[in-house]
Write a protein that binds this ligand. Structure first.
Ligand SMILES: Cc1cc2nc3c(=O)[nH]c(=O)nc-3n(C[C@H](O)[C@H](O)[C@H](O)COP(=O)(O)OP(=O)(O)OC[C@H]3O[C@@H](n4cnc5c(N)ncnc54)[C@H](O)[C@@H]3O)c2cc1C
Ligand SMILES: NC(=O)c1ccc[n+]([C@@H]2O[C@H](COP(=O)([O-])OP(=O)(O)OC[C@H]3O[C@@H](n4cnc5c(N)ncnc54)[C@H](O)[C@@H]3O)[C@@H](O)[C@H]2O)c1
Length: 442
């Protein structure tokens, strides 16, 4: 049995390793157009902001590791088309040499691409995206220029907020723009994003929310950003307004979701029995929404790769759905969320209630201590938990895993009220904020 995998980043790597590690004798071919594989994009802001020494450790595997396991791997090779009827993949290397590989099973792991704002001036120099390692290098290089003093970041989602912090750490004037009235609006409710916005402002980032970029101006290189509310002198712009699925190769043959992602079942199989899709190019099932959706995260990419690997290898394995759990840490302020915010539930027409609580992480007699804010969101009719958000300068991140499991397992808010939560002053309070929030639920 021969499996061809197109795309050898997180999702493709997970699928390939699952096949190679568990199904001896299976033939695996990986094809990727990039020069590198396994780059952890989450580290870009850390090295650009000089919070870590460099980018070298942001790769967790390489071509050689796959060759050693017996796979064939073609890097810097772009798949140009697929003959789905005769099961042949056509590709071309950087020298323009054309090749082909037949397959029994095909795994599409072609990921996502940044959404490009379609406004005048988009071909000027000094405009950046932040998806690939190489784009991180370009941003880093541009920020090293003496004449780059002011950086505009468009999109205050995860990439935008993280790179805004990095630019500030590099001593730049930073202007952060978003169409929405707050940062991180797709992940948290305003009661949480306001704290992050305050944190950004206190650390010297100039916020321009509810403002839409309409034009980049400049002669060769960008010098001004025009929005619907003003014109700003800038030396560099980083665009981060979200990702869309990269489904160019199969969109005319396979069924797709509203954003173009390949529609997959719980085995990661597409509408073609021989073709699977994983990671950012595919849909995912949300247990909070109880529906198929699109969530571009490395964590989902890895899990979906494992599921596809086993099903292709011959072991039936059902994906269990996800909650879209995520986290961010900016100038020491930490936020984590899972499932749906109240705003996201409203958008999905799910009738929810929520319960909030705020307290110190540890008892008052502990000096190293800080407030924690929690919101638990639950469906009114069934009382099942559909989301949770936490924020603090303390490390509260591990709490979110429990809420992720609660959503997955349809746990009601009432089940949390008397949940056995340990107490030790070094870590938490006897009246834990999770318990207190649950007890306050209507
Ligand atoms: C700056 C940044 C920070 C991030 N931080 C986090 C984080 O903290 N946590 C988190 O969970 N997620 C994070 N993400 C998101 C995460 O990186 C993506 O969800 C993840 O990369 C998806 O993996 P993938 O393998 O599905 O797709 P991709 O990483 O997009 O990889 C797709 C691969 O397919 C190849 N390819 C595409 N088309 C072709 C073709 N025609 N021929 C050959 N090869 C092709 C590409 O070269 C690429 O290597 C971040 C992303 C960025 C950009
Ligand atoms: N810490 C993490 O887990 C992490 C870090 C980075 C990226 N990621 C993932 O990578 C993907 C891409 O990240 P991203 O930050 O590009 O997307 P995102 O969806 O997090 O944020 C995009 C932001 O751009 C704004 N926006 C959209 N159109 C706009 C416009 N025309 N003008 C101004 N603002 C506009 C949106 O309101 C949103 O706040 C996401 O799925 C994200 O979750 C995750």
């Amino acid at each position: 049995m021969k499996t061809v995998i197109i795309g050898s980043n997180h999702a493709g790597i997970a699928a390939a390793n699952t096949l190679l590690d568990n199904y001896p004798g299976t033939e695996v071919v990986l094809i990727d157009r990039n020069t590198n594989l396994s780059y952890l994009g989450c580290g870009t802001a850390l090295w650009v902001g000089r919070q870590i020494d460099g980018y070298e450790d942001l790769f967790y595997t390489n071509e050689e590791a796959f060759r050693k396991k017996g796979a064939k791997i073609f890097m810097e090779s772009s798949v140009t088309s697929i003959d789905f009827n005769n099961k042949i993949v056509y590709f071309e290397n950087k020298a323009g040499e054309k090749s082909e590989e037949s397959y029994d099973k095909l795994i599409l792991a072609t990921g996502s691409k940044p959404i490009i704002p379609n406004i005048p001036g988009k071909d000027l120099e000094g405009l950046h995206f932040l998806k690939l390692f190489q784009e991180g290098q370009e941003v880093d290089h541009d920020m090293s220029r003496e004449d780059v003093k002011t950086v505009a970041v468009i999109g205050a989602g995860y990439i935008g907020v993280e790179i805004a912090e990095a630019a500030k750490r590099r001593g730049k004037n930073v202007l952060l723009f978003d169409a929405m009235p707050t940062s991180l609006a797709s992940y948290y409710d305003p009661e949480f994003t306001h704290n992050m916005d305050k944190n950004l402002e206190e650390n010297g980032i100039e916020l321009h929310f509810g403002e839409l970029a309409t034009e980049y101006k400049g002669d060769k290189r960008v010098t001004q950003l025009v929005t619907d509310k003003g014109t700003y002198d800038v030396d560099m712009v980083i665009n981060a307004i979200g990702f869309t699925a990269n489904s160019d190769l199969g969109k005319d043959h396979l069924e797709t979701f509203r954003n173009g992602a390949y529609l997959v079942d719980n085995h990661q199989k597409t509408s073609d029995d021989s073709v699977y899709a994983v990671g950012d190019c595919a849909t995912i099932y949300s247990n909070a929404l109880e529906a198929t959706t699109y969530i571009a995260l490395a964590t989902n990419a890895v899990r979906s790769g494992i599921v596809a690997g086993h099903n292709v290898g011959g072991t039936e394995l059902d994906a269990i759905g996800v909650q879209g759990s995520n986290g961010i840490s900016i100038f020491g302020y930490n936020m984590v969320s899972t499932g749906l915010s109240v705003a996201a539930a409203k958008k999905a027409e799910i009738d929810v209630d929520y319960t909030d609580f705020e307290d110190l992480q540890k008892p008052g007699f502990i000096k190293e201590n800080a407030p924690v804010k929690i919101r638990i969101v639950y469906e009114k009719s069934s009382r099942r938990i559909v989301g949770a958000q936490l924020a603090s300068t303390e490390d509260i991140s591990a709490n979110i895993h429990m809420f992720s499991l609660a959503i997955q397992e349809h746990v009601t808010i009432d089940k949390l009220k008397l949940l056995d939560i340990f107490f030790l002053p070094h870590f938490n309070q006897p009246y834990n904020y999770i318990t207190m929030a649950a007890l306050r639920a209507k």
